[in-house]
Design a protein around this ligand. Structure first.
Ligand code: SF4
Length: 205
């Protein structure tokens, strides 16, 4: 798998992404924390991977100005205020739903703040991604996200959509549909903005 990760990393570098390959969770956490200066305003995009490597806990415990929309007990208004603030953060931290070998990130978002932050706004973007997210091409990546990731996320969020019952996507029009914004990022305009940590471990889903 290490060879594949290096190949994907090289493809991404040719497209202006900064890439570090980490052998495991612990190393990935250290790399990410090394990219975030103390006192920085930090925005978050939804990501199981960020939780899994212990990054969310580390950000909460550290000396950062964290826009934490996941804090329990906050109102919907405060939740959205923090999501909006995250879009002009110094550093935006998140995962990606899939990554195509050629060097492209594929995501489906419900509200849109995650793909917005990835695309433009935050000065620096840090994305942590496990090896299980690598797909042969963009078509396969989209298929993965639509038919595997989104139904699992719908279940995790506890929304009322057909995929929660069937485990399969039916391209629904349920009011609580979570698949609203589709994003493919093929290249970065600004060198040095976008940092990817490719982890040689399965993370998230
Ligand atoms: S489009 Fe609807 S059915 Fe398909 S994964 Fe999204 S929420 Fe589920």
């Amino acid at each position: 798998m290490g060879e594949l990760l290096e190949q994907v990393a090289e493809n991404l570098r040719k497209r202006n992404f900064e890439v570090i390959v980490a052998p495991g969770k612990g190393e990935a956490l250290k790399v990410v924390l090394g990219l975030i200066p103390e006192g920085a305003v930090v925005g978050l995009g939804g990501s199981e991977t960020v939780r899994e490597i212990g990054l969310l806990d580390a950000l909460r415990a550290g000396s950062y100005d964290l826009c934490d929309q996941y804090e329990e007990g906050i109102s919907k208004e405060e939740n959205f205020r923090r999501r909006r603030r995250g879009l002009t953060a110094d550093v935006f931290v998140t995962g990606t739903n899939a990554i195509a070998k050629e060097g492209a990130l594929v995501n489906i978002d419900g509200i849109g703040n995650r793909v917005a932050g990835l695309t433009f706004g935050p000065q620096k973007v840090v994305v942590v991604v496990g090896r299980n997210k690598i797909c042969d091409d963009i078509h396969k990546a989209l298929e993965r996200v639509q038919n595997y990731v989104a139904p699992k996320n719908a279940k995790r969020f506890g929304v009322d959509t057909p995929c929660v019952k069937t485990g399969e996507c039916s391209d629904c029009s349920a009011p609580q549909r979570i698949c609203n914004i589709y994003s493919i990022i093929k290249r970065q305009h600004e060198p040095g903005r976008f940092h990817l940590i490719l982890v040689d471990e399965d993370l998230g889903f």
